[in-house]
Design a protein around this ligand. Structure first.
Ligand SMILES: Nc1ncnc2c1ncn2[C@@H]1O[C@H](COP(=O)(O)OP(=O)(O)OP(=O)(O)O)[C@@H](O)[C@H]1O
Ligand SMILES: [Mg+2]
Length: 321
C-alpha cells in the first residue's frame, strides 16, 4: 500500500510522529517532496533538534526557505524560543498591562515575569506559528515533522494548555474589571482584553483544525520492533483523546533482502512484528517501507524514499515479506 488520500483537496496538515529514530523526519520530508510534485508544499519542523536541515543537507532555520532541487517545496524549522520572543515583542504592551492590572506586581516583578518562560509555552508558540502559517494560506499542503512521542503529544496538547492559561488570566481580569466597574460604573475593553480574546481564537482555530479529519491527519511511523509497537499503541490512544485522525501507519526499516544469512535472520525476526502491526492496528492502512542499504540523507536519497511511499504497485512488490 502506498500513502493514500493525501492529495485530497481539503487535507491541509499532515503530521508525522512516533518513537525516537524510527524515520519520522525522513518520511515527513520524503512525503513533502512527493506532494510538492502537485501541490505548493511547506514542510515544518517542530523538533528542537532540527533534523530537517540534516535530512535535506541544507541549512533551513526559523525562516521560510525554498528547498534546493525540489520545485514547489519550502521548509521552515520552528524555534519555540524565537517564536515566544517574537510573541513577547509583539504583545509587550498588552502583557505588561495584563500583569499590571491583574496582579499586585510592581515594575520589577513584571520585568521578571516577562523574562520567565511559562511551562508549556514552547509548544504553544510552535503551534501558534503553524496555525499562523496555515492561515496565511500561501501553501496547499503543510507537512509537520515532530520530535519523539512525548514532545509531539505536548505539542498536540498545547491548545489545552494555552486555554488554561487564558482562563486564569481572564479570571484575574474579571476581578480588575469588577473593581473598575464598581468605581467608575463602566469598563472599556483594553489591549490586554483584545490580546486574550485573540489568543482564545487561536486556541479554537488550532482545536478546529486538529479535530477536523478532512483537514488534518496524523501519520504514525513505526518499525518492526516490540518497543516501537507499544509506543505507537500509546500514541494512537492519546491521539484519539485529542480527536486527531490517523488513517495510515508507516512501517519503516522492513528487511526485504534475503541475500545473506544475516538478512534472512533479521527478516525472520521482523516477521512476527509485521504480523503484530497488522493485527494491532487493524483500522489503519500499513505502508511498508524497506530498510535501505544506506542512510536516507539528501534530496536524491529522499526521492528514493518518496518513490516507495507513493508507489501504486507497492503491494505487488511486497511478495518478498
Ligand atoms: N528505511 C530506511 N532505511 C535506511 N535508513 C533509514 C530508513 N529510515 C530512516 N533511516 C535513517 O535512520 C536515521 C533516523 O531517521 P530519521 O532522522 O528520519 O528518524 P526520526 O524518527 O526523525 O529520528 P528522531 O526521533 O531523532 O527525530 C537516519 O540516519 C535516516 O537516514
Ligand atoms: Mg526527526
Amino acid at each position: 500500500m502506498p500513502l493514500t488520500g493525501l492529495e485530497s483537496k481539503d487535507l491541509k496538515m499532515i503530521i508525522f510522529g512516533g518513537k525516537g529514530g524510527v524515520g519520522k523526519t525522513s518520511c515527513a520530508v520524503a512525503c513533502a517532496i512527493g506532494l510538492a510534485e502537485n501541490f505548493k508544499t511547506l514542510v515544518i519542523s517542530t523538533d528542537p533538534a532540527h533534523s530537517v536541515s540534516d535530512s535535506l543537507e541544507q541549512e533551513i532555520g526559523f525562516r521560510l526557505q525554498p528547498v534546493h532541487k525540489v520545485a514547489n517545496l519550502t521548509a521552515i524549522e520552528i524555534s519555540a524560543d524565537e517564536a515566544f520572543k517574537e510573541f513577547k515583542k509583539e504583545h509587550r504592551t498588552e502583557l505588561v498591562k495584563l500583569f499590571d492590572t491583574s496582579t499586585n506586581f510592581d515594575e520589577e516583578d513584571i520585568q521578571q515575569m516577562m523574562s520567565l518562560s511559562i511551562p508549556g509555552i514552547d509548544e504553544v508558540m510552535s503551534f501558534k506559528t503553524i496555525i499562523d502559517l496555515i492561515e496565511e494560506n500561501n501553501y496547499e499542503k503543510y507537512v509537520v515533522d515532530t520530535a519523539p512521542t512525548g514532545h509531539a503529544l505536548r505539542l498536540l496538547s498545547s491548545p489545552i494548555l494555552l486555554d488554561e492559561w487564558i482562563r486564569m488570566a481572564a479570571k484575574m481580569r474579571w476581578k480588575y474589571r469588577y473593581m473598575i466597574e464598581s468605581f467608575s460604573g463602566e469598563y472599556k475593553e483594553d489591549e490586554a482584553d483584545v490580546m486574550l480574546l485573540n489568543l482564545k481564537k487561536t486556541v479554537k482555530r488550532i482545536a478546529a483544525l486538529l479535530g477536523n479529519s478532512e483537514k488534518s491527519e496524523f501519520i504514525p511511523v513505526c518499525i518492526p520492533e516490540d518497543m516501537a509497537i507499544m509506543e505507537t499503541e500509546r500514541l494512537l490512544a492519546e491521539l484519539r483523546n485529542f480527536k486527531i485522525t490517523s488513517r495510515q501507519l508507516i512501517l519503516n526499516n522492513v528487511m526485504e533482502s534475503d541475500e545473506s544469512g544475516f538478512c534472512r535472520q533479521r527478516k525472520a525476526a521482523q516477521l512476527k512484528y509485521i504480523v503484530k502491526v497488522h493485527d494491532r492496528f487493524k483500522n489503519l492502512q500499513v505502508v511498508i517501507v524497506p530498510l535501505f542499504p544506506d542512510e536516507i540523507k539528501g534530496v536524491t536519497a529522499l526521492k528514493r524514499l518518496k518513490e516507495v511511499l507513493f508507489d501504486e504497485n507497492r503491494e505487488l512488490n511486497r511478495d518478498a515479506i
